[in-house]
Every structure is written in structure tokens, then in C-alpha cells.
Design a protein around this ligand. Structure first.
Ligand code: ZN
Ligand code: ZN
Ligand code: ZN
Length: 392
């Protein structure tokens, strides 16, 4: 269990985020952004709302105060979120028999000083359920609907110091689990058993929730998103461990590929695997080291890919280099060919090249890296050199 104190994002920070969102909404010529349950809502208010068929929605109008509408049975948890508890955001509750969408539209019109049919442009969070979107579209017949990520992604991509501290705590907790599992018993156990152990350990080490625990042994190591199976781990094969969860909403995501030696030099890694791993290791390090403000996302992908391709493994690295991380495990920015977006300080993302030979074996290494003011801040600390573990 970690002894480090957890940073707390103060209520005033949420008020600032909502104010910035309102300013960007007005600047974009939108009437409002409407944010349902999900990471955008949590980012703006601190409210980890439950996804329900009843409407929970934050309305940030271009003019006037933001308002959070929640079903009556959720009101106590809504009131305890930092933005509301800090006195920065009003809550309106709806009863079971009321039309929550109509109430929301009425509040919005009141703040904007216009009728519902005069609302011209609204943005909604990307992950809003279609059932809510269709009702909103029917209630705002004159409005064009857009994605709110055009506003929220700018805010969420650049993590502040408290967010980076939370990502670091999550990364360090995941590192401890990688170390514990790597040094524990593996041979003869099924991938699923080891995966369950990882999930338990993620929580023990400080995560609120274990989100995923990929265990890919032997030929399964060649499948990047392999689900842990009933296959038993043997001596003389690699195991890919790709694990993560959330800590105060912020996600960990780290991958190490270990070789299960069984204490016998005869079942050590074969020369082909050692070469493959060495190339992967070099590509991962080069891409991490290239992180600094102004470098394009696709440039990081190209840095790793050129090393892997030059070594002859180009076709075996068939996914992007990485993804942004924060309140979601996969979020902007994506490190992929075709994304020219320049890094800015505070951007947080995975650097995770992989080389996979289907039916034989594969390897992936993944660290979370934050773009610092003049270079990379690597949050994970697990060894990147090939670990040949005993596994007995
Ligand atoms: Zn993945
Ligand atoms: Zn991962
Ligand atoms: Zn990842």
C-alpha cells in the first residue's frame, strides 16, 4: 500500500475548468456544451456519475451560469462532488415523472435569454448515449449538434500538476504489481489465474478499480489484446503482462514482457527472442527520449517504427505507438501516423511499441510518459531490460 499522500484537486480548479469551457464555448460560437455522464463530466465537476437511463447532464451555456441536472435519487452524490460542494455549481433535480430533457432545455433557454427553437449550435460529449442525443435533438429542432471534444480535449490533454501526480501514483502502483507478479509463481498456473491475482493486487496497491490485466503466455504473447485464457504458463516462454486500473479516476497502463526461465539455463530466451526484445527496447527508449514540446505525435511513432523497420520487424509492429491517458485509459492525443499535433507540456500518453510473430511469440513494452517543459517525464519505473524470471 502506498504511503504517499494523494493530491486532491481543489474545488476552485473545477470552477476554473467550467469557466474556461464556457469561454471556449462562446468563442467557438456555440450556444452551449451539454455534458452527460463520463470523463468530461468528471473532469469539469469532479462528479463520477453513474451511467443511467435517467438524464444526468451538465449544461455550460455561452452566457450565464452552468447548471448540473440530476435525477432526484442521485442528488446526494451529485452534491458531494467538488464543484457543487465548493459552491461553484448549482444542481437541479428531476423527479421520476418529469421530462428531464424539457427541464434542461428550459434552464438553458432561460440563461441564454432565448426560446428553445432559437438555439442554433450545441456541442455534446462524444460518449453521450444515443437515447439522450435523440431526445435533445427533438427538443432543439433548430440546433446543429457537434462534438464537445473540440472544447474539452484542449482542456483535458494538458494535465496539471495534480493530475500528473495522480497518474504517477497510479503508475507506481502498477509497477509494484508488475514486480510482485514477475517474481511470483507462474509456471503451471493459467493465464486467467495470474490475471485475477493482478486485479486483486492492483486494488491492494491503491487502485480504486482494476480495469484490465492482460496475461499472454507463449504464442498468446503475439496477440496484443489477448484475453487471459485457461492456457497454463510453461518454462521457456515469454509472458506479456499489460495491466491497469484507476486511482482517483486517473488510469495506469503499463506493459512488461518477461521470460519465464524456470531456473534452468536450457529454458532461457532463444537468440531470436533476445534480438527481437533488444530492438523493441531500443525503439521504446528512443521514442520516450524524443518527447518534448513541439514534437508531432506522429513523429514519436515514426521514431520507434523506423528502428523496428530497419531491424526487419516492420510488418510485425502493426499498431500505433501509443494513446493519451488520463481520466480515460485511451484518450487524446494518439501517437499515430497522420496525427501532426505538436506535444505540449502536460500531455500524457503511453509509449508502447510491440513486435508480434503470430503463432510463435511477441513482446510489448509500455510506459506512461508526460511531456515536461523541456523533455520527457517517464512515470513508470519497472526495469525495461529483459527480465528472465524463475517462475517456479
Ligand atoms: Zn491496448
Ligand atoms: Zn497497456
Ligand atoms: Zn496502453
Amino acid at each position: 500500500m502506498t504511503a504517499a499522500a494523494r493530491p486532491i484537486i481543489p474545488p476552485a480548479r473545477y470552477a476554473q475548468r467550467i469557466a474556461t469551457a464556457a469561454r471556449l464555448t462562446a468563442a467557438a460560437g456555440l450556444d452551449a456544451i451539454l455534458i452527460g455522464v463520463g470523463a468530461d463530466l468528471r473532469y469539469l465537476t469532479g462528479y463520477p456519475a453513474m451511467p443511467l437511463e435517467r438524464l444526468t447532464m451538465l449544461a455550460v451555456p455561452a452566457r450565464g451560469a452552468a447548471v448540473l441536472i440530476v435525477p432526484r435519487l442521485e442528488v446526494s452524490s451529485a452534491r458531494s462532488c467538488p464543484a457543487v460542494a465548493g459552491g461553484h455549481l448549482a444542481v437541479v433535480t428531476t423527479d421520476e415523472t418529469e421530462d428531464a430533457v424539457a427541464i434542461l432545455i428550459g434552464l438553458l433557454g432561460g440563461r441564454l435569454g432565448i426560446e428553445a427553437r432559437q438555439v442554433r449550435r450545441v456541442a455534446i460529449n462524444d460518449r453521450l448515449w444515443a437515447s439522450f442525443l435523440l431526445r435533445l435533438q427533438a427538443a432543439l429542432p433548430g440546433a446543429a449538434f457537434e462534438l464537445a471534444s473540440t472544447i474539452t480535449r484542449q482542456l483535458r490533454m494538458a494535465k496539471d500538476d495534480d493530475e500528473v501526480a495522480l497518474l504517477r501514483l497510479a503508475a507506481e502502483a502498477a509497477d509494484r504489481v508488475i514486480a510482485q507478479v514477475s517474481h511470483g509463481s507462474l509456471i503451471g498456473r493459467t493465464e486467467a489465474e495470474v490475471s485475477r491475482e493482478i486485479r486483486e493486487r492492483l486494488v491492494t496497491e491503491g487502485h480504486d478499480l482494476a480495469e484490465f490485466a492482460i496475461v499472454g503466455s507463449g504464442p498468446n504473447s503475439a496477440s496484443p489484446h489477448h484475453e487471459a485464457s485457461e492456457r497454463r504458463i510453461r518454462a521457456g516462454e515469454p509472458v506479456v503482462l499489460d495491466i491497469g486500473g484507476t486511482l482517483d479516476g486517473y488510469t495506469s497502463d503499463t506493459t512488461r514482457t518477461i521470460w519465464v526461465g524456470g531456473g534452468d539455463p536450457a529454458t532461457g530466451p532463444d537468440p531470436d527472442f533476445v534480438r527481437l526484445y533488444g530492438v523493441l527496447r531500443e525503439a521504446q527508449a528512443a521514442a520516450s527520449a524524443a518527447v518534448r514540446p513541439g514534437v508531432a505525435c506522429q513523429e514519436l511513432d515514426a521514431t520507434a517504427r523506423s528502428i523496428i523497420t530497419t531491424a526487419g520487424y516492420g510488418p510485425q509492429f502493426f499498431h500505433r505507438l501509443g494513446h493519451g491517458i488520463g481520466l480515460e485509459a485511451h484518450e487524446d492525443p494518439y501517437l499515430v501516423e497522420g496525427n501532426p499535433e505538436p506535444l505540449r507540456p502536460g500531455y500524457a500518453f503511453s509509449v508502447e511499441p510491440g513486435i508480434y510473430f503470430e503463432g510463435r511469440y511477441g513482446a510489448r513494452l509500455e510506459d506512461i510518459v508526460v511531456c515536461g517543459p523541456s523533455g520527457p517525464l517517464v512515470l513508470n519505473r519497472s526495469p525495461l531490460d529483459l527480465q528472465v524470471v524463475d517462475g517456479r
